[in-house]
Design a protein around this ligand. Structure first.
Ligand code: FCB
Length: 471
């Protein structure tokens, strides 16, 4: 199972400059972004920003354990302090609101709100109640993800996502959260990026819990999707007014040549990246090609599971970052063939907005029951520096502009896309890459916790102000 884009390496990507880099952020007059009901927001995730990992009864998560192991995270960084959002949440919400952003996507740390016996941890719950109430006071649309990778360690100790029981524990957790937080959440997403949880967590070991076996990846995926499917009716029963969905990261695979073998390789790349998740959710079956790519990895599926997993959704969250160029590996798979001379980000990821447009249009054709879409993450990392109190993140401004244009093109081609969340509100703990990779539209100085609004955020705020002022 090869997917090099997620391998931790110190190698510095070459950012190739592009003529559009200096352009300010401003969508053209005919862009759907000017529609007031197109939601523009920002996203974060609990482990990446909260810190306070030992406070108020929070239990350890798999990311506390994983990041403590030498060599797993760049520079030995951990989420122990992160952006100290657990203590600074009020100022962070003020900042979010001051930018005029209309939506906020956050995640709940499961180990903060439930103990090992499944009983509520009131102090942890109160944190999210205060946070969500304040967001509602500010008029914000709230999008809450239940699982953004911080599995309680006690569940991993019993097999984590390899243990079917974890899916039932997740449904209990979804039950508690939706009973406690009903009325403050506009949209519930069960899982963030099951591809990353299953593939990076259990398939190649780049993420927590760090296991590496193809059969583990497909079984973990099945239990993740089952967890999602079990949670949906629970969320519907407890909080009927809210929207329910899931967030998937999607990957564009392009063929290195016109040869049939390379075309097949690109197809297989997208099967394992997209259809592996979207087919069970939207067609109620795993794509058979997946098991040609990864022979012998069929998960154990019990009667009724696929019906549970394919319960109708109110929305599908889509996270998009880059494309991968591939060729046949000469056997039954693909290998990455990084393109030369293309624009890349601090992550080494290629900037390829057309990939987002093409995938969205493709899904709209492939899945007749495709739910309304929110782009729940899109953004890029750059080595941003504060100079004289300012951060001039020119590449990000251009990146956002081009990706929003791609979203607009998909809308014009008939895809029902209702909103877009920037990844991320602020620089944060970027998983295996620690604090070095800066994805925020707000800069964080980790030694002082000072926040500095980057130029990209100023321009988005300016646009939102203009949009609001329009008749
Ligand atoms: C996504 C994750 C998010 C962040 C971005 C850069 O895969 O959902 O937490 O790390 O990538």
């Amino acid at each position: 199972m090869a997917n090099d884009a997620f391998a931790v390496s110190d190698a510095r990507p070459s950012a190739v400059s592009n003529g559009a880099l200096a352009d300010p952020f401003s969508p053209p007059a005919d862009s759907s972004l000017w529609r007031k009901n197109f939601l523009l927001g920002a996203a974060t995730a609990s482990y990446q920003i909260e810190g306070a990992v030992n406070e108020d009864g929070r239990l350890p998560s798999i990311w506390d354990t994983f990041s403590a192991k030498p060599g797993k995270v760049l520079a030995g960084d951990t989420g122990a302090v992160a952006c100290d959002h657990y203590h600074r949440w009020e100022a962070d919400i003020e900042l979010l609101a001051s930018l005029g952003l209309e939506g906020y996507r956050l995640s709940i740390a499961w180990p903060r709100v439930m103990d090992a016996a499944g009983l509520p941890n009131r102090k942890g719950l109160d944190f999210y109640k205060r946070l969500l109430n304040r967001l509602k006071e500010k008029g914000m649309t709230t999008s809450v993800t239940l699982y953004h990778w911080d599995l309680p360690q006690h569940l991993e100790d019993r097999g984590g996502w390899l243990n079917r029981d974890t899916a039932y524990r997740f449904a209990d957790y979804a039950d508690l959260m939706s009973r406690e937080l009903a009325g403050t959440v506009d949209a519930w997403a069960t899982l963030n990026e099951p591809w990353c949880s299953a593939y990076l967590g259990y398939g190649n070991g780049h993420h927590a819990p760090g296991l590496a076996d193809g059969r583990f990846a497909t079984q973990a995926m099945h239990h993740l999707l089952l967890a999602h499917g079990l949670a949906i009716p629970v969320l519907r029963a407890n909080d009927p007014a809210s929207q329910k969905g899931i967030v998937a990261n999607i990957g564009r695979g392009t063929a290195n040549s016109d040869s049939a073998a390379d075309q097949r390789a690109a197809h297989l790349f997208e099967v394992q990246h997209n259809a592996w998740i979207l087919d069970p959710l939207l067609k109620g079956a795993y794509p058979q090609d997946l098991f040609e790519l990864w022979p012998g990895t069929e998960p154990l599926v019990l009667d009724g599971d696929m019906q549970t997993i394919s319960a109708p959704l109110d929305f599908l969250g889509i996270n998009y970052y880059f494309r991968t160029n591939v060729a046949s590996d000469g056997a039954h798979g693909f290998r990455d063939v990084p393109l030369e001379g293309v624009e890349r980000t601090q992550m080494g990821w290629e900037v390829h907005p057309d990939g987002l447009r093409d995938l969205l249009i493709g899904f709209n054709r492939t899945y007749r029951n495709l739910p309304p879409i929110y782009i729940t993450e899109n953004g890029m990392a750059s080595d941003d520096k504060v100079i004289d109190g300012h951060v001039d993140d020119t590449q990000r401004i251009s990146f956002l502009k081009r990706h929003l244009a791609a979203v607009d093109q998909a809308i014009k081609a008939g895809v029902d896309i209702r909103g877009y969340f920037l990844w991320s509100l602020m620089d944060n703990f970027e998983w295996a890459f620690g604090y070095e990779r800066r994805f925020g539209v707000v800069h964080v100085d980790y030694s002082t916790q000072k926040r500095t609004v980057k130029r990209s955020a100023e321009l988005v705020a300016k646009f939102l102000k203009e949009r609001k002022a329009q008749a």
